[in-house]
Design a protein around this ligand. Sequence first.
Ligand SMILES: NC(=O)c1ccc[n+]([C@@H]2O[C@H](COP(=O)([O-])OP(=O)(O)OC[C@H]3O[C@@H](n4cnc5c(N)ncnc54)[C@H](OP(=O)(O)O)[C@@H]3O)[C@@H](O)[C@H]2O)c1
Length: 226
Amino acid sequence: MRPYVIINAAMSADGKISTKEHRQTKISGNQDFARVDRLRANCDAVMVGIGTILADDSSLRLKTPDLIAERAAAGKEEQPMRVVIDSQARMPLDGDMFKKGTGRRVIFVAETAPEERIAALAKKATVIVAGTDKVDLNLVLDKLGEMGVRKLMVEGGATLLWSFTSRKLFDEIRIYVGALIIGGVNAPTFVDGCGFTRAEGFTHLILKNVEKIDDGLLITWLKKEE
Ligand SMILES: NC(=O)c1ccc[n+]([C@@H]2O[C@H](COP(=O)([O-])OP(=O)(O)OC[C@H]3O[C@@H](n4cnc5c(N)ncnc54)[C@H](OP(=O)(O)O)[C@@H]3O)[C@@H](O)[C@H]2O)c1
């Protein structure tokens, strides 16, 4: 069974998820950080694309001690599984994802990834080949399902989210809209990729909820089945 997929990200009022130098920036506040950590704690796995790791050195770990303790008390690993989509096995071996927090790390690579990189990563993580020259997200979701992942949180970035949203490989989108403008044609937006033409049609959503958090809005959308 494939996991239920929740995409969660924070964007500025003009739709940017980081700056034109692709630098991570504070878009929400403490109340929203707590919400995101709670969501991580409630998921079996959290995922990003390699672009996010290379830009931000994200550790992807759950940080709130009470949430870590809650997971442990419920008989779960302290940290949800941390997953990176990385066709060419570019994941840095000294990255924060390996240095911080406990638990399972899983890197999905493609068949064309250099063997020596796969071997080096395999000392620190479970490396799974899924796809020929690019990681195939359908295979990834099947594999995560087999590994017992029932709820998956996908945190970005813009390129990975295009793949998930354009192929309709998600169930829910939770997007925090912060009270700032970042601007810049080269700053990543919530979803980048090549985009749809009108003839191709779009990915349609159903509005589920709107909530004021900190000085911005959390919008929850569901995928519209067509
Ligand atoms: N505000 C937020 O909530 C938030 C959250 C996360 C990230 N971000 C920002 O997003 C930016 C990074 O976004 P990004 O677009 O550069 O990188 P990304 O989406 O994190 O990663 C994209 C990379 O993933 C790999 N990939 C492998 N298979 C793929 C597939 N099937 N579909 C899509 N990607 C696949 C590709 O590299 P290979 O071909 O080498 O595998 C691709 O270039 C950073 O600036 C970061 O700060 C913001």
